[in-house]
Design a protein. Structure first.
Length: 274
């Protein structure tokens, strides 16, 4: 049985996850087998859609880890497809207003309370739901929308956003926020730290858990960032991404082997000595 993302978010224990941007279930296997508690399947920046995301979610289920899916947009149809595919949480990018958050929450719920289309033959219900009433109650208790706030406008409206009933969590987006604020990817800038700290404090005060991305592939810096945000009440962290962590491992191996052996680097015109 897969871990429940809501349970991870409500725990006092530190939970680590990452982003899945490579369309390979084997990589999701490795994420689960190496101790991560969840992964976020990235259909915004990953070069794939719902058909691939469903199989990546199957890999997460098989390895007992939770999964969420970052959508390309705050689209009720995309939300419905993700939830029908058995992906229980959707990450809504570029969320900037309470109205947009309300729309996302409504798309996770069936009528008469929400906008989600109803189908008794989908993966989330075992492909044929014999008791619709029981399914609706179970499904709406386990699914949810995560507000990804990553623009200056979103920061301005953060109090209204985190007050929207039904959200599962707030996720801060430091990198996009730095671009939005004209800092061109400098997510370490003091202005970004102050803005993110404000969002964290506002969300936790409203009783809404926070998911914090930690981009750095440097283990020391990552540990310091996690400790910093833990002290401010964050317990759930999205560490690097599959690409960042794999690239870091590759570079450390080549650097180590280059120092320990007599082969020449790849930018050398000859590898004859290897």
């Amino acid at each position: 049985m897969s871990r429940d993302l809501k349970a991870l978010l409500s725990s006092d224990q530190t939970s680590l996850g990452t982003w899945t941007q490579i369309a390979a279930p084997e990589l999701v296997d490795l994420i689960g087998l190496n101790g991560f508690g969840f992964t976020i399947i990235d259909c915004q920046h990953g070069p794939f859609g719902i058909e691939t995301a469903e199989n990546l979610a199957r890999a997460a289920d098989a390895n007992g880890i939770a999964s969420a899916m970052r959508l390309a947009d705050n689209d009720p149809v995309q939300i419905m497809k993700a939830l029908d595919a058995g992906i229980r949480h959707v990450v809504i990018p570029n969320l900037e207003t309470a109205e947009a958050a309300q729309q996302a929450v409504a798309a996770t719920q069936f009528a008469p309370h929400g906008l989600r289309g109803a189908c008794p033959c989908c993966r989330s219900g075992g492909h044929f739901i014999r008791n619709w009433t029981e399914y609706v109650a179970e499904e709406e208790a386990r699914v949810g929308a995560i507000a990804l706030v990553e623009t200056a406008k979103g920061v301005e409206n953060i109090e209204a956003i985190v007050s929207v009933p039904g959200l599962t969590a707030l996720m801060c987006g430091p990198f996009d926020l730095s671009v939005s604020m004209g800092l061109q990817g400098n997510w370490r800038a003091p202005e970004i730290g102050e803005a993110v700290a404000h969002m964290v404090a506002t969300s936790i005060a409203a009783g809404l858990p926070v998911m914090m991305p930690v981009f750095s592939s440097d283990q020391g810096e990552a540990k310091r960032l996690i400790a910093h945000w833990r002290n401010l009440g964050v317990t759930t962290f999205v560490v690097g991404s599959d690409k960042i962590l794999i690239a870091d491992a590759f570079s450390r191996w080549t650097e180590h082997l280059a120092k320990q052996s007599h082969f020449r680097q790849a930018d050398d015109s000859s590898l004859a000595d290897f």
